[in-house]
Unconditional design. Sequence first.
Length: 504
Amino acid sequence: MPDTREAFDEFRREAALLHDLGKASALLGWDQDTYMPPGGAEGRGHVMATLSALHHERLTSPRMGELLAELEGSGLDPASPERAMVREARRAFDRATKLPRRLVEELARRSSSARQAWVRAREADDYALFEPELKAMLELKREEADAVGHGGRRYDALLDQYEPGTTAAELEALFAPLRTRQAELLAAIGASGVRPDATMLALDYPEAEQHAYASAVAARLGYDFERGRLDETIHPFAESMGLGDVRITTRYVRDDLANGLFSVLHEVGHALYEQGIDPAFARTPLAHGASLGLHESQSRLWENLVGRSLAFWEGAYPGLQAAFPAQLAGVPLERFHAAVNRVEPSLVRTEADEVSYNLHVLVRFELELALLEGDLDTRDLPGAWNERYREYLGVTPPSDLLGCLQDIHWSVGLIGYFPTYALGNLMSVQLYEAAQAALGDLDAQLRVGELAPLLGWLREHVHRHGSRYQPQELLERATGARLDAEPYLAYLSRKFGALYGLEP
Ligand code: ZN
């Protein structure tokens, strides 16, 4: 097939160019959030807008459309990575070409004005300042969903951007047992009377010492500093500039050891995924994780299943005590472990423990779905929010600042994004248990700090594939099972039942 070869080579060159433009933006974005002086903001905005316009122009070029059509009609092996590259490029091409230019511009303008309104509303703790902007944003998101196309539910078209192939109906079925059983577990923990002491985490931990310790742990987990770096920012993130340069950021809070430490473990999880992608996929549409949910499964796996396990700290705790002798020398391992797993229903998602986290996500998923589908009026959002917090978590936000104004997502048009946090939790346990079945006594390995076999298994079954498979297909290939809430719920009952002395 000489023609196909030629078309594929041209496609690869175009895809590499698009990749490079995207990575230039990523590097500028990383810099903006770490080292850029405040005076750079305006100019940086222009440069990033220019790069993004160039990217859009090349992505939607008629030639790209011709190449995709030609390759789709060619004899490319349906199971090959080459065919998967075409599939991924098609997704991006369709999304970009189906949206009229007017809508793209309106969405950009609205994101900017709604975000500003959200900031003002937070400053004044007054939801009414944000409400009209949210209403207008939802209208644009409905238009976007209709332009992209869907089988009857607009939410599916928005969700597809973050979690390809997953639908609102699937999420509703998957999440239903989480709502009841995580709320029950949370209530049982509250009623147990057990209140772990966490004061040792709130002593004075100088930032430089936290950084030294966190960097050492990141390296021990397998994060490659030859192909990455760890810097400080306000909202921690991981960003790939290419397979050889995957950076992470964190923040250190002087009187909160857990904050910086677990955020590093979380971002390391994201970065290990990107660092583990097959080098043969470099500069192709497969050179990134398969979905936000799968990405989150990797961050949560290292943060929680490893990083909050007793086995891991049996090995690592003496080192932590040696790094912070004045704060931790007199604190036994079991007390430290109970403290980093303390369960406390809170108002704020980003501070949530494992037992309540998905409940925070469910509130947002249910409300954004109702808002988008017209079952909830934006004016009634604060009331609906507070009602669900009372019902699911047993707490009532005293203000909208601690209620429906706490997340930035909706103000910048991220609708369909929240569920990926919960999907990540579910998948993290399915993957961890599959690794355990393959590797034998994983706890014994964690106890002696032997983390390479676990990383090796994840590399082999998840990381190296990049976006070659759709997320649910990848999960099934790796675990032999479909996406399922049961393993996660059983894990929570086991772990927190033991910590809080609950009847099995
Ligand atoms: Zn994450």
